[in-house]
Design a protein around this ligand. Sequence first.
Ligand SMILES: N[C@@H](CCC(=O)N[C@@H](CS)C(=O)NCC(=O)O)C(=O)O
Length: 279
Amino acid sequence: MELVTSQKLFDGQQQQYTHQAESVNCEMTFSIYLPPQADTQPVPVLYWLSGLTCTDQNFVTKSGAQQFAAKHGVAIVCPDTSPRGAEVPDDPEQAWDFGLGAGFYVNATQSPWKQYYQMYDYVVQELPRLVEKKFAVTTQRAISGHSMGGHGALTIALKNPERYRSMSAFSPIAAPINCPWGQKALGLYLGDDQEKWKDYDSCELIKVSSNAVPGLVDQGSADDFLQQQLNTQQLIDTVSRANYPMQVRMQPGYDHSYFFIATFIEQHIAFHAKHFDNT
Ligand SMILES: N[C@@H](CCC(=O)N[C@@H](CS)C(=O)NCC(=O)O)C(=O)O
């Protein structure tokens, strides 16, 4: 693992690292914010998954989250959104909604994607293993994300309730099996059998879930992707029918951008901190 950058921020450290990742078969970059509390004791970790076209840097530079992580004594780990490198196959038309920057946090089963696009294993297993070995952190974890990353955060927590204390999302792709972004990505990564797509669909997972991970979701009403891609109403209906402990809030006038995330990130970090011991 190699340190790329390190800056002091709100008495903690904002750092970026590269490492050779086995699961995705390439060099990966991730960022970590270590709050000042990590100087004296191990702290819990919030994993943040970003959306389409993003890297590990969007959240670091635009969310303003570090001051709240410092207040609550929580580390924040931001992985990249896909495998990277000249050898990694991309969308044949180089569209921004598939391939590089668009790993959808699944384990691809189809060629040529499956050799690299194992982002589910990377985020759930390999990255936490590395983080928990190298940094002053506990094994208490939470997960959050935006858009494609909101989909990643919710599906990962729903599939691994024993690994995450809480989950949250901004503008998640809540039912990818029912929207163009999801149908394209799941079709190419997982193949034509739509039954297999359900394993990566938050609404489908909530329907069959027997465990309860506390959840918080914020969605802007002025989000340009709301009608065609995000299926927020389906999430609201599914949560209500299943009596799942997830609050889904419509926020009037907010769009899909990081300005929306910056507005509510303090509340999301406080929500996750509430579910950790001793923060
Ligand atoms: N084509 C646009 C749309 C993609 C988009 O809105 N991506 C969201 C996630 S789905 C994002 O976070 N973009 C980067 C940013 O705002 O920093 C772009 O390239 O940014």
